[in-house]
Design a protein around this ligand. Sequence first.
Ligand code: ATP
Length: 298
Amino acid sequence: METVLSIQQISKQYGKIQAVKKLSIEVEKGQIFGILGPNGSGKTTTLSIILDLIRANEGSYRWFGEEPSKESRKRIGSVIENPNFFPYLNPVDNLKIVADIKNLDYNDIDRVLHLTGLHERKKSRFRTFSFGMKQRLAIASAMLGEPEVLILDEPTNGLDPQGIAHIRDLILLVAGQGTTIILASHLLDEVQKICSHVAVLSKGKKLFDGKVSEVLAISDSFELRAANREDLIRVITTFPGFKSLESSKDIVQVFFKGDVNPEEINTYLFSNGITLNHLSERKRSLEQHFLELLQNNK
Ligand code: ATP
C-alpha cells in the first residue's frame, strides 16, 4: 500500500484552546478518508495544517512520503471554504482565472466541467448557480490539473437533499477514477455512505480510526435462546472472549470482548451439549459507536 498522507502527533493551540491534540493519521492511496467529529472537534484546523495554511505547534506531516513542498502541494486539490467566484463570469471564465493562478493551461477546463455535471451550464453566470452548483464548481476548480488527492471540508453543508446526492455521487465518481479523498464532516450518515475509512475526533483528539466496514461490522452482542437457560448461561460464560450477559425471560443477550462470529458460538455451545433454538446478531451502527465514543470521552 502507498501512504499518501502521514500525520504524526500534530497539536495546535489557539490561546487557551487546544484545537488539535497529538493527532496521528495515515491515509493510503485510493481511500475515501473521513475525518468525523462534532463542531469544534478540530477538523478544519487539521485540514488547514496539512494544506500549510496554518502551522502546527508541534508534530509533523508528510505528503507522498516526503516533506511537504510546493511540488507535493501541486498534487493536492482542496475546497475548504465557501465557494468564491466572480458572480458575473461563467464557469469557464472563472476556471480560466483559477488555471492562471495555478499556472495550468486551459485544456483541463472542459474535463472538470463534464466531471462535475456543469458542462451544460458553462455559459451561465456564476450568480445564477444554485448553491449545489457553486459547490460543484468549487470541486471542479480543485480538480483542475488532475490532483492525486482531493480534500473537502464539509462538502454537503447547507445543501438540499438533491444537492447532497449530487455531491456524494461526484465524490464517488472522482474516487472511482483513482483520486484519494480526504473529507471532514460532522455527518455520520455522510461518512457512512461515502467513506472507506474514518477517524473520529472529539475535542481535537482521535478517538478511533479504521475501516468504515469494520466499524459497521462490530457486533455489539448476540441474542441466544436454548431450551435450558441455566445450562446455556453456564456454558456461554466459559466461551473464550466472553465479556458479560444480560438475561431476560428466555433470551440471553451475550457481549464479547472482540469480534466473534455466530458460527463459533453455535459450534462451541453444541459441542458442550447445548442446542440453540435462537441466535441473532445485534450490530451496532456507526452512529451508536460514535455516540458511545463521544460519551466515553466526556
Ligand atoms: P466546525 O465543524 O464547527 O468547523 P471543526 O471540527 O472544524 O468544527 P475547528 O474549526 O478546527 O473545528 O475548531 C477547533 C477549535 O479551535 C474550536 O474550539 C474553535 O473554536 C477553535 N478555533 C478554530 N480556529 C480558531 C482561531 N482562528 N482562533 C481561535 N480559536 C479557533
